[in-house]
Write a protein that binds this ligand. Structure first.
Ligand SMILES: Cc1cc2nc3c(=O)[nH]c(=O)nc-3n(C[C@H](O)[C@H](O)[C@H](O)COP(=O)(O)O)c2cc1C
Length: 162
């Protein structure tokens, strides 16, 4: 089994590499020269509930498990929505919280991300000023939730396969 990942700003790649070093599996980017028709675990970043690259990965490999990497909190509701918006029926779907790096985002993606995060800042803050402060901090420092603990359910699934 191999790992295939599709990452835009690097967080999904970090998870794929963590999983590779935990299992000894080889990780390939979606545009790399991937060996044909291998069994694979696919890691893709989430864009408006769509797991980016999943349909392309399915054409290149036999996808046995899917890991969606997004900024939302991990919850049953979030996973259900991802299952409804993506064709995941034949493989288990795992979720790992990624991050945000504004320095790597441009144009429409940067704009959309700003809209979502600004509204989250408003929800967190008690006053307009506090919301603005949290937003400024998010913009400059970014957010990084990447943690091997978030891959625990996937690692358990992987061990059960062997
Ligand atoms: C335009 C845009 C839309 C996004 N939509 C979602 C979303 O619907 N759900 C979610 O959980 N995260 C969403 N995200 C957050 C990304 O999935 C998150 O930043 C992820 O860690 C990016 O992974 P990458 O660094 O591998 O590209 C969105 C990000 C961008 C830029």
């Amino acid at each position: 089994m191999i790992i295939i990942y599709n990452s835009d700003s690097g967080f999904t790649k970090k998870y794929a590499e963590m999983f590779a070093s935990a299992t000894g599996m080889k990780a390939y980017g979606l545009t790399d020269n991937i060996p044909q028709n291998e069994k694979a675990v696919f890691f893709g970043w989430v864009f408006a509930d769509v797991i980016k690259g999943l349909s392309k990965a399915k054409k290149k490999a036999n996808i046995k498990a899917i890991v969606a990497v997004g900024i939302n909190e991990n919850s049953e509701k979030n996973t259900k929505r991802l299952q409804q918006s993506n064709i995941t029926q034949n493989s288990p779907l795992f979720y790992a919280r990624g991050g945000v790096d504004f320095s790597k985002k441009h144009g429409i993606q940067k704009f959309l991300l700003s809209v979502v995060l600004k509204s989250q800042c408003k929800k967190k803050a008690k006053t307009k000023e506090e919301a603005q402060q949290i937003w400024e901090e998010t913009k400059t420092k970014g957010i990084d939730f990447v943690d091997i603990k978030n891959l625990q359910p996937l690692l358990q699934w992987y061990q059960s396969q062997n």
